[in-house]
Design a protein around this ligand. Structure first.
Ligand code: ADP
Length: 155
């Protein structure tokens, strides 16, 4: 019937599924990691971006392919530079929490024109803007395409 039809639709799956159900494992590097090691990590892990953590393990930034390309072009010292010099820094990182919908993750990625979001979990019960949090996962456009593809295969 109509209900079954709706429950099978692609938009329904995005709204029903929570980020926590589909998130992947974030690959985290330290702020002192070199650009060279970051590039190697992207290839070895077969991913497009890295999460960068400070000395205390807290989210410091995000590093993407474009950040690495940009710094490498015409810069012979780039390979030995720390990733902290080229990453996008906090407080400019767009994040999401595990209890938010996959739809909301897609909306944020499209709106902010980024390919991935770190998934964060607050340590406080009632989080405010300066609450502590941990990076617990990662969601990417690939995660969402796979989800939509699997849904369409089932029909
Ligand atoms: P790519 O560089 O492979 O195109 P993105 O589109 O994700 O990957 O990255 C574009 C820019 O946005 C980069 O400068 C990157 O550091 C930044 N960026 C990526 N993800 C985020 C995020 N979740 N929040 C804020 N900035 C981000």
């Amino acid at each position: 019937g109509k209900r079954a039809e709706r429950e099978q639709s692609e938009s329904y799956i995005l709204r029903k599924m929570k980020v926590g159900q589909v998130q992947g494992i974030p690959i985290v590097v330290d702020v002192k990691t070199t650009v060279q090691d970051a590039v190697v990590t992207l290839f070895l892990e077969n991913i497009g971006s890295l999460v960068v953590a400070d000395e205390n393990g807290k989210l410091a930034g995000v590093l993407s392919r474009k950040d690495l390309l940009k710094v490498t072009l015409g810069n012979s010292n780039a390979a030995s530079m720390p990733v902290s010099m080229v990453m996008t820094r906090q407080p400019n990182i767009i994040t999401i929490t595990p209890d938010e919908s996959v739809y909301e993750a897609a909306r944020k990625m499209i709106h902010h024109q980024v390919d991935s979001l770190p998934v964060i979990s607050y340590t406080d019960q009632e989080p405010s803007s300066d609450s502590e949090f941990n990076v617990v996962g990662r969601i990417t456009k690939t995660t969402i395409i796979k989800l939509l593809f699997d849904q369409m295969e089932q029909e």
